[in-house]
Design a protein around this ligand. Structure first.
Ligand code: AMP
Length: 526
């Protein structure tokens, strides 16, 4: 089983129909896409000497060549490692080392940074710039036959950050990707070859995963010209293409709803907006339904069980007359067709309806484990169940409501930020005795990162500029605290552990006093 077979099948079945679009123009038909994929695959195997199972990282902004590279990697029997291109070079180096990548495919913009890692990442032998001269040459190779892969072979290493702050590679097999795609048809939407998927979010994450069921059905993949989620471009794509679906974080939906070009635009091309990845506030959802109609579906998932734990269907959104509608809109929906979902207690026992516990999942979509990390794997996969780290409860009708994200993950602008990583970075500054990072609700970003700092020397004031500099040196820009608070000590419990909840409550109290969404007093750098 190899997902690249879909490209070849559509290459034969509908060679002249559009497969990939760049903004408002067709980049490749299925015939061209299939030809390029099998030729580049041949180049990867024959010219670059890669062998089945080798890892190939992709560090690129969204562009059509991303999909050509992804499917060529699979066609050749290799394992794709899509890396968030916004990460800091140190973070990228860690991922490439951890997965033992032999090749990295990058666009022009990232080629310099990524190329400089050859030498410091032992396994890394080459950089392939796409598009570029060598890429063109590979695309001219004589095509190779599709490499046969077993369902249990790894296909996509999906790097998520761990609670320790270190990224972990969820090993997604061919079977995982197939089941994820089939379950999209079962629970979200049936897709026709006349439909389109708009890649408004990074292809290295949820948006990329949801590209698969669309490629499987021969739908068009549209990449916005800017590679991102600009509301004007989304609006233009909805007017230009038909049957358009896209995946968006709640913060992005809010931006779209606030955009005049979207609200006043021609929405006839819109099929479905799939939102998820973070909580969606009810008021925002109501605004979105007002603008888009019941064309929204919510999914709750994780990299470890790609995009598939529960869903709140378009039908659920449409049943406004139901007395339970408001409550349901605040849930993450019901268990997906292909998985068992339980809420479990401390000993792994299943808890009754209404009780809050850890959400655990079992099914063929659940990852094989974390790449090269048996300890983390043993922690996440126990007795055949994936422990998600999320806390929630079921109601009597089978709707799951998430109560809290355990593990203290902060989600800002749709991006996951792990506090520990930022804390460790701040602690690199000699003037910091302890640091604690939490999220505060923020109307624009969903959550904003706030750092509580205990200075090492109370007589020597610390400047936020210096802390900012340390962050810029070691972590991606979007992870920097938006606010610093200098305190004498951090609240701790009997075991000496910092009680983050107290700090969050403090921020909420101050925010309440300052009025909604205004920065509290005593704020430092932003
Ligand atoms: P990631 O692995 O980066 O996709 O992050 C997954 C985490 O995002 C989950 O474990 C949840 O904590 C959170 N999450 C995903 N979907 C939702 C949703 N629909 N509502 C609330 N939180 C979500």
């Amino acid at each position: 089983m190899n997902p690249a077979v879909w490209v070849q099948r559509h290459g034969k079945r509908r060679p002249d129909e559009a497969a990939l679009a760049d903004g408002d123009r067709v980049h490749a038909t299925w015939g061209v896409f299939a030809g390029r994929v099998s030729a580049v695959a041949a180049g990867l195997r024959n010219e670059l000497g890669l062998v089945p199972g080798d890892r190939v990282a992709i560090v690129m902004r969204n562009r059509p060549e991303y999909l050509e590279a992804l499917y060529a990697i699979w066609h050749a029997g290799l394992v794709a490692v899509p890396v968030n291109a916004r990460l800091h070079p140190d973070e990228i180096r860690y991922i490439l080392t951890n997965c033992g990548a032999r090749l990295v495919v990058a666009d022009d913009q990232h080629a310099g940074d990524v190329g400089s890692l050859i030498g410091s990442v032992e396994s890394l032998e080459a950089l392939l710039v796409a598009p570029g001269e060598r890429w063109q040459r590979l695309a001219g190779s004589s095509p190779m036959d599709l490499a046969e892969r077993r369902p249990e072979d790894p296909a996509w290493l999906f790097y998520t950050s761990g609670t320790t702050g270190r990224p972990k590679g969820a090993t997604l097999t061919n079977r995982n990707l197939l089941v994820m795609s089939l379950s999209y048809f079962a629970d979200i939407d049936w897709i026709s070859p006349r439909d389109s998927i708009l890649h408004a979010g990074p292809l290295s994450h949820g948006a990329g995963l949801y590209g698969l069921p669309h490629v499987a059905r021969g739908a068009l993949s549209v990449i916005p010209a800017s590679g991102g989620a600009d509301p004007d471009e989304v609006s233009a794509a909805l007017a230009r293409w038909q049957g358009v679906s896209f995946f968006a974080a709640p913060t992005m939906i809010k931006r779209l709803v606030e955009s005049r070009s979207v609200v006043d635009g021609d929405l006839s091309g819109l099929k479905t907006i799939i939102y998820g990845g973070a909580p969606m506030y009810l008021a925002d959802l109501e605004d979105a339904l007002e603008v888009f109609g019941p064309r929204l579906a919510q999914i709750y998932g994780q990299g470890e069980t790609p995009m598939t734990i529960t869903a709140l269907s378009k039908e659920d959104h449409a049943e406004r007359g139901d007395a339970r509608w408001t409550q349901r809109m605040q849930s993450v929906g019901t268990a997906r067709t292909d998985v068992s979902v339980r809420v479990t207690g401390e000993q792994g026992e299943e808890l009754p309806v209404g009780e809050v516990g850890e959400v655990t999942v079992r099914g063929d979509v659940v990852m094989a484990g974390y790449w090269n990390d048996p300890e983390a794997t043993a922690d996440a996969l126990r007795g055949g169940w994936l422990y998600t780290g999320d806390l929630g409860s079921f109601d009597a009708d089978g709707y799951l409501t998430l109560r809290d994200r355990s593990k203290d993950l902060i989600i800002s602008g749709g991006m996951n930020i792990y506090p520990r990583e930022v804390e460790e970075t701040l602690l690199r500054h000699g003037g910091v005795r302890s640091a604690c990072v939490v999220g505060r609700p923020d109307a624009k970003w969903g959550e904003a990162v706030v750092a509580f700092i205990v200075p090492a020397d109370t007589d020597a004031p610390l400047s936020t500029d210096e802390l900012e500099r340390v962050c810029l040196e070691h972590v991606a820009r979007y992870k920097r605290p938006k606010e610093y608070r200098f305190v004498e000590s951090l609240p701790t419990n009997n075991y000496g552990k910092v009680v983050k909840r107290e700090l969050r409550d403090r921020l909420l109290r101050d925010q309440g006093r300052a009025g909604p969404d205004r920065d509290p007093p005593a704020a430092g750098a932003g």
